[in-house]
Design a binder for this molecule. Sequence first.
Ligand SMILES: NC(=O)c1ccc[n+]([C@@H]2O[C@H](COP(=O)([O-])OP(=O)(O)OC[C@H]3O[C@@H](n4cnc5c(N)ncnc54)[C@H](OP(=O)(O)O)[C@@H]3O)[C@@H](O)[C@H]2O)c1
Length: 324
Amino acid sequence: MSWLLECCVVLGVLLLIVIIALRLFAYFTLGVCRSSANMKGKTIIITGANSGIGKETARDLAKRGAKVIMACRNLDTAQRARDEIVRSTGNQEVFVKKLDLSSLKSIREFADDINRTVTTLDVLVHNAGTAHTFGPKTTEDGLELTMATNHFGPFLLTHLLIDLLKRSAPSRIVIVASELYRLSSLNLNNLNPVDGFPAYLYYVSKYANIVFTQELARRLADTGVTANCLHPGMIDSGIWRNVPFPLNLPLKIIVKGFFKSPEQGAQTTIHLAVSETLEGVSGKYFLDCKEHNLSRGAKDPATAKKLWEQSEKFVGLKPDDPHI
Ligand SMILES: NC(=O)c1ccc[n+]([C@@H]2O[C@H](COP(=O)([O-])OP(=O)(O)OC[C@H]3O[C@@H](n4cnc5c(N)ncnc54)[C@H](OP(=O)(O)O)[C@@H]3O)[C@@H](O)[C@H]2O)c1
């Protein structure tokens, strides 16, 4: 019996060492935005700013003096987050506006409001995202929910705000993608797989974010508007909330044990939004505040062009809408 106890103790100690090593690795490789840029006088839109990475991004940018517009679908949680950010930063210039990225109508209403009421837009942060596991869902526009929220919505919103961004140049577009894109590829023959597997479509939508960013940067060359995307790291946030029982139990242990905090996860977004060193840098992918390589497939301009043309159709871009 005593040998069994000894084995358990040795295994326990080894596990502890592995956990400590992993945590130290995560700590020492953590990217931190070193810029002390003051953002007073700048206007920034952050989608999905009521929780997780978006909320911490909003807090940091408010602390730097920016006027922050939190574009959120849930006005109650957004208002609570806004009040908390105002209290913790002392910046009153934090506003909540309604935006549901899974609804083309809501995106158009939000963009109309912004174009009527905002005179300059310095940074547009596409942060909002959704991840479902099973059970495909379709939006009121007939789009698959994950692709609609994570790719088609930001695609349309970028178009509707592009003239304002151009007038405000130098300005920036920051897109929160994910390293998990590597688990997927883009099926250009079926960009709206309404009966698809949502967990996989999350990776596909993040692939689309990266491909879209590069094509956007190419089309915006010489306009003074830059576009970059990023992976925030693996973060303890609400994005995991749709993982069902019992899968959510082991996941919870991993998330709580090994993932970064939302504040840590916001660092690369903040870096792309404020850093003086990134002036004029466009079409790049960042991780831990450093430029990072992309897979060959994700860099293919022909794929990007096709994704763009099909996305224009899926979002119903009209002849008199701004084209990029
Ligand atoms: N957490 C990670 O490990 C990780 C890793 C890689 C990339 N990311 C990306 O990071 C971004 C932020 O996610 P997070 O981790 O901070 O998760 P989160 O806490 O769940 O935040 C996601 C935000 O997006 C909003 N959102 C979802 N659907 C929306 C819609 N239809 N319209 C408007 N807003 C909507 C959510 O609003 P509600 O509160 O109303 O749902 C929430 O504010 C996402 O793009 C995600 O894909 C996260």
